[in-house]
Design a protein around this ligand. Structure first.
Ligand SMILES: Cc1cc2nc3c(=O)[nH]c(=O)nc-3n(C[C@H](O)[C@H](O)[C@H](O)COP(=O)(O)OP(=O)(O)OC[C@H]3O[C@@H](n4cnc5c(N)ncnc54)[C@H](O)[C@@H]3O)c2cc1C
Length: 507
C-alpha cells in the first residue's frame, strides 16, 4: 500500500552532477517552487559514486566539468573523491541536503492529464534490504538520471568465460577486496576507463596488458593549467579565475573540435605524435599498430591521459598493449584470433556501459505506455508526447555539465513562463510544417559513434530535420540558441486542466 502521496512542484530524478546542479538553479531562479530530489543510491555523486575502480578520475577539466557557479580550485583533472567533495560542498553551501531523498528508486511515472501532474511510484529501500512503496505527485519532472544503468556495466559474452579460473571484473562493480598483488591482469578495452585504471594498478600487479579490439585516440598533457596558476599567483578572486579559465579552455576546444572536422588527418597525425613522444623512441614503433584508430578524431571520446601516466607505464615495461580479437577464454587466460594466448590471473572488462532509457522507469501518458523511441526531441531536452518533462543529456565533445547548466537556465525560464501564462502543462508539438520533416537518430552515427550509443540508439528518441527539433551536441551554438529559444513559436503547447485535460497528441 502507498502512504498518502507527497506533492511537489518539481521532482528531480538523480543526485549526480546534473541533479544537484538542477536543484541549485531551481532554488536560485525559481525560489517559490517546491522541489525534491529522489536518488536510488544511498548517497550523491551518481557516476562518481558508482565507479570505484582504482584511479577513477575525470577526463574533462573541472573548470568546465564543474558548475559555472562554483569555482574549481584544484588540478584540472580530478579524482572521483575530489569531485564528490566538490558536490558535497555545493549541497552544503546551498542547503540542499534536507530535500534529497536517498534510496528512493523511481519505478513508474504516470502522467495524469486531467490533473496535469505526474504520479510517481518509487521504492524506498532500508538498510536491512526491506522495501517500501511510495507515491509522489509532481508538476514537472526534471530527469537527471544519466544515460546508463548504474547497477551493472556492459560485458559482452565470449566463449569459454566460464572456463577461466580467475575473477572477471567489470570496473563498474569493482570488488573492494580484489587483490592484484603479483597477479597478471588483462584489461579488455582501451577507452577512458582502461586508460585510467591501468596506470593505477601497474605498481601492484605483476603484469598488466591492455587488450584492445581496435585503437583509441589519446591526448596527453600536464595535469595543470598555467593560466589558472598565474591568475592565482596574482591573487585574482576565484570566481574570476574560474570564468576566465573556462572561457580560455572553451575557446581552445572550439578550435580543436573544428579542426577535427576540417583537417582530420592533420589532427590524427598530431595526436599520434603526442603518443609517440610520450612513449619515447624505444617504443615509438608501437604507435602505428596500437594508437592509430580506424575512425576520425572526435567521432568517439578522446581520452585525456594526464601526465602521460598510461604511456609512462608502457615505457617502463609495467604495461603492454595488444591489438587483437578474442577467440575464447581459456582456463589460464585469453586465446586470441591471431593464435596467441594472453596469460591472466584476473581479467578486467573495461567494455563500457549499458545504456538505459529514462532510468528504466515505466512511463505512461494518460494510461498509454510510452515508447520513447517514437518521440521527437525539442532542443535535445524535451520530447513530443511527454508533458512537463526535461532530460539532461550532456555533451560528448565538451563537458557534460556545460549542458546541465544551460538546461538549468532553460527549465527555470520555462517554469516562469508557464506561471506567467497560467499554464500547468507544456508539451512539444509538431506543427503542420514539421510533420513531414525527415527524422534522424538521437545522435548521428556518422558524427559520434561510441559502442554504447550504437548498441542502444534504437531505444532513444529521434531528432528532426530543423530547429527546434534538433539535438546538435554543439555547445558553441547551443549556448546562444537555447537561452533565446522562442517559447511561443507554436512548437510548445500549453494547457491548464481547468479548460480541459492536458493530454498530448500521440507522437
Ligand atoms: C567513468 C566515467 C567517467 C566520466 N568522465 C567524464 C568526464 O570527465 N567528463 C564528462 O563530461 N563526462 C564524463 N562522464 C560522463 C558522465 O556520466 C557525466 O559527465 C556526468 O557525471 C553524468 O551526470 P548525471 O548527474 O547526469 O548522471 P549520473 O552521474 O549517471 O547520475 C544519475 C543518478 O541518477 C540516479 N538514478 C538513475 N535512475 C534512477 C531512478 N530510476 N530512480 C532514482 N534515481 C535514479 C543514479 O543512481 C545516479 O546517481 C563519465 C562517465 C563515466 C561512467
Amino acid at each position: 500500500m502507498h502512504a498518502a502521496a507527497e506533492r511537489t512542484d518539481v521532482l528531480i530524478v538523480g543526485a549526480g552532477i546534473s541533479g544537484i546542479g538542477a536543484a541549485v538553479h531551481l532554488q536560485q531562479q525559481c525560489p517559490g517552487k517546491r522541489w525534491l530530489i529522489v536518488e536510488a543510491q544511498s548517497g550523491f555523486g551518481g557516476t562518481w559514486r558508482t565507479h570505484r575502480y582504482p584511479g577513477i578520475r575525470s577526463d574533462s577539466d573541472l573548470y568546465t566539468f564543474g558548475y559555472r557557479f562554483k569555482p574549481w580550485q584544484g588540478p584540472p583533472i580530478a579524482t572521483a573523491a575530489q569531485i564528490n567533495a566538490y558536490l558535497g560542498d555545493v549541497i552544503a553551501e546551498h542547503g540542499l541536503g534536507g530535500r534529497i531523498r536517498y534510496r528512493h528508486r523511481v519505478v513508474a511515472a504516470a502522467w495524469d492529464g486531467a490533473a496535469a501532474c505526474w504520479r510517481i511510484d518509487a521504492v524506498c529501500s532500508a538498510d536491512d534490504g526491506s522495501e517500501q512503496p511510495l507515491r509522489i505527485e509532481a508538476g514537472f519532472l526534471w530527469m537527471c538520471q544519466g544515460y546508463y544503468r548504474h547497477d551493472q556495466g556492459y560485458t559482452p559474452h565470449w566463449p569459454g568465460m566460464e572456463d577461466f579460473r580467475g575473477p572477471i571484473v567489470h570496473p563498474q562493480a569493482w570488488p573492494e577486496d580484489l587483490d592484484l598483488a603479483g597477479r597478471r591482469v588483462v584489461v579488455i578495452g582501451s577507452g577512458g576507463t582502461a586508460a585510467t585504471l591501468i596506470p593505477a594498478i601497474t605498481d601492484t600487479a605483476a603484469q598488466v596488458t591492455m587488450l584492445q579490439r581496435s585503437p583509441t585516440f589519446f591526448i596527453t598533457g600536464r595535469n595543470a593549467n598555467e593560466l589558472a596558476d598565474m591568475l592565482r599567483r596574482l591573487d585574482i578572486p576565484p570566481e574570476w579565475t574560474h570564468e576566465i579559465v573556462r572561457r580560455k579552455i572553451l575557446f581552445d576546444q572550439a578550435a580543436f573540435t573544428q579542426r577535427c572536422f576540417t583537417e582530420p588527418e592533420a589532427v590524427r597525425q598530431e595526436l599520434m605524435a603526442g603518443v609517440r613522444a610520450a612513449l619515447g623512441p624505444a617504443h615509438a614503433a608501437l604507435v602505428d599498430e596500437h594508437f592509430n584508430p580506424r575512425y576520425l578524431p572526435w567521432r568517439q571520446r578522446i581520452a585525456f591521459v594526464p601526465d602521460a601516466d598510461l604511456f609512462q607505464a608502457v615505457r617502463e615495461g609495467k604495461a603492454s598493449v595488444v591489438t587483437d580479437r578474442i577467440e575464447r577464454f581459456v582456463e589460464g587466460g585469453i586465446a586470441l584470433q591471431s593464435g596467441r594466448v594472453l596469460d591472466a590471473d584476473v581479467v578486467v572488462t573495461a567494455t563500457g556501459f549499458d545504456l538505459n532509457v529514462l532510468g528504466d522507469i515505466a512511463f505512461s501518458v494518460d494510461g498509454a505506455p510510452l515508447d520513447f523511441s517514437q518521440c521527437v526531441t525539442w532542443h535535445g531536452t524535451m520530447f513530443t508526447g511527454l508533458p512537463n518533462l526535461a532530460w539532461v543529456f550532456g555533451y560528448f565533445r565538451a563537458s557534460w555539465t556545460l549542458r546541465a547548466d544551460l538546461i538549468g537556465d532553460f527549465v527555470c525560464r520555462l517554469l516562469r513562463h508557464m506561471d506567467a501564462r497560467g499554464a500547468q502543462a507544456v508539451v512539444p508539438r509538431l506543427r503542420p510544417q514539421d510533420e513531414g520533416m525527415a527524422r534522424r537518430p538521437w545522435v548521428d552515427p556518422q558524427d559520434f559513434n561510441p559502442g554504447y550509443l550504437q548498441r542502444g540508439l534504437h531505444h532513444l528518441p529521434q531528432q528532426g530535420g530543423h530547429a527546434p527539433w534538433l539535438h546538435t551536441q554543439d555547445y558553441w551554438t547551443e549556448k546562444d540558441e537555447l537561452p533565446r529559444a522562442d517559447l511561443d513559436d507554436g512548437t510548445l503547447a500549453y494547457c491548464n486542466p481547468r479548460s480541459g485535460p492536458c493530454t498530448p497528441p500521440s507522437t
